[in-house]
Design a protein around this ligand. Structure first.
Ligand SMILES: [Zn+2]
Length: 106
């Protein structure tokens, strides 16, 4: 079960964005993929938590950049062309972290 959960988590974080970025060709593909990976920086808020990493903790609603006001801001970013790709990466990140909360943990 844990290996499935971990596989889905990191698949959504690193592999799924490849398929999103494939909508763009050549250099644009790399730029979009880089932006999608850069949205992972929201996990810097884990540095504020004690303990920093807890596999059974639900990130959503716990870490400051994973709270609902932040998530609303990420959704709003989808509506503006200049922030859309960042918004896609951030919303996908929240979905990825959110689906973790539904798995049983020990
Ligand atoms: Zn996260």
């Amino acid at each position: 079960m844990d290996i499935l959960r971990t596989g889905i988590h990191y698949g959504l974080h690193f592999v799924f964005p490849i398929f999103i970025a494939l909508r763009w060709k050549g250099e644009r593909f790399l730029k979009v993929y880089f932006i999608l990976m850069a949205t992972m920086l929201v996990d810097l808020d884990h540095l504020l938590a004690v303990p920093m990493f807890d596999p059974c903790r639900c990130s959503i609603g716990f870490h400051p950049l994973h709270t609902w006001p932040a998530i609303v801001a990420y959704i709003l970013m989808l509506f503006f062309k200049s922030t859309r790709i960042w918004g896609v990466g951030l919303v996908l990140h929240m979905i990825t972290d959110g689906q973790d909360c539904w798995w049983p943990c020990h």
